[in-house]
Design a protein around this ligand. Structure first.
Ligand SMILES: Nc1nc2c(c(=O)[nH]1)N[C@@H](CN(C=O)c1ccc(C(=O)N[C@@H](CCC(=O)O)C(=O)O)cc1)CN2
Length: 296
């Protein structure tokens, strides 16, 4: 039983609201200019998790009226062929956003590929120049990475003030930990990053008004580490064995959810928290990119 005082942040519902807002805007663009946003979705190889995320993205595009152009490349595609594809998409006027699903196979240099995506079509916000602008005071990137942007959106749509708060980010990945730390800093939080080499992480986490958990370690953040009333956004999506499930596994976050509910002020569940926001923010970035071109 969760504590009656805790608010469960329902990311699925927030994401659905945002998807409806995007659908209305896509329809307006289509009626006014006769053009719809286009998103190129590129996947390399057959990883089950990546295929599932890409399918979610393609389905979401269809739902809101964004045209997805689908490219499923073989595991052994060469780095130069992938770069050629990216250049082709950079030049295609019907494509307003380019998404290359990560991770890529080991023989491909991820950073090299992400750097080849046109800045104006970098809807994942992973281009080093977009990340660089995120890190600079007084500068804004053209696009902000989707999961970090979704975390901030969840906090603001739930009326949680970020300015002046102690925010602790657990994890320092290029996809989530690092960019979400930069975003929180832009929102005037005092930000601390906890990572695998941090000594006594619990004493730092205990001081957090806002916790963003993105370590990829199932239930590593214990209930006793959470300050009473803290806002907890759990980005972890860890598959753990569960013979009682048809699939043989279930998804758990980086936070011990049941225990955390006894102390936190609000918390996202896994699944159904930050995950659905990733896809919603991808649609939003694609719409924004298309609007810059179509309405200019
Ligand atoms: N090019 C990118 N690659 C990757 C990104 C990214 O933003 N861009 N992020 C992750 C994976 N990801 C999107 O690609 C992603 C992860 C999780 C979810 C999600 O909605 N999860 C659900 C659970 C889904 C399930 O049941 O399996 C949830 O948490 O409720 C969406 C997208 C790595 N790669």
């Amino acid at each position: 039983m969760s504590d009656p005082k805790v608010t469960i942040i329902d990311g699925k519902t927030v994401a659905q609201t945002i998807r409806s807002e995007i659908a209305a805007e896509v329809s307006r663009l289509s009626q006014t200019y006769g053009k719809v946003p286009g998103l190129a979705v590129v996947i390399v190889g057959q990883r089950k998790d990546s295929q599932s995320y890409v399918n979610m993205k393609r389905k979401a595009c269809a739902e809101v009226g964004i045209k997805s152009l689908d490219f499923d490349l073989p595991e052994n595609v060469s780095e130069s062929d992938l770069i050629f594809k990216v250049h082709e998409l950079n030049a295609n006027p019907d494509v307003h956003g380019i998404l290359v699903q990560l991770p890529l196979p080991k023989h491909i240099n991820e950073e090299k590929i992400l750097t080849e995506i046109s800045l104006e079509k970098d809807v994942d916000g992973f281009h080093p120049l977009n990340i660089g602008k995120l890190a600079m005071k007084g500068r804004d990137p053209l696009f902000v990475p989707c999961t970090p942007k979704g975390c901030i959106e969840l906090l603001t749509r739930h009326g949680i003030t970020i300015k002046g708060k102690n925010a602790v980010v657990v994890g320092r990945s290029n996809i989530v930990g690092l960019p979400v730390s930069l975003l929180l800093l832009k929102e005037d939080a005092t930000v601390t990053i906890v990572h695998s080499r941090t000594k006594e992480p619990e004493s730092i986490i205990r001081n957090a008004d806002i916790i963003i958990a993105a370590a990829g370690q199932p239930a590593m953040i214990k209930g006793s580490w959470i300050k009473p009333g803290a806002a907890v956004i759990d980005v972890g999506t860890n598959a753990v064995d569960d013979p009682s499930k048809k699939s043989g596994y279930r998804l758990v976050g980086d936070v011990d959810f049941q225990e955390a509910c006894k102390t936190a002020g609000c918390i996202t569940p896994v699944p159904g928290g930050a995950g659905p926001m990733t896809v919603a923010m991808l649609l939003k970035n694609t719409l924004d990119g298309a609007k810059r071109v179509i309405e200019c």
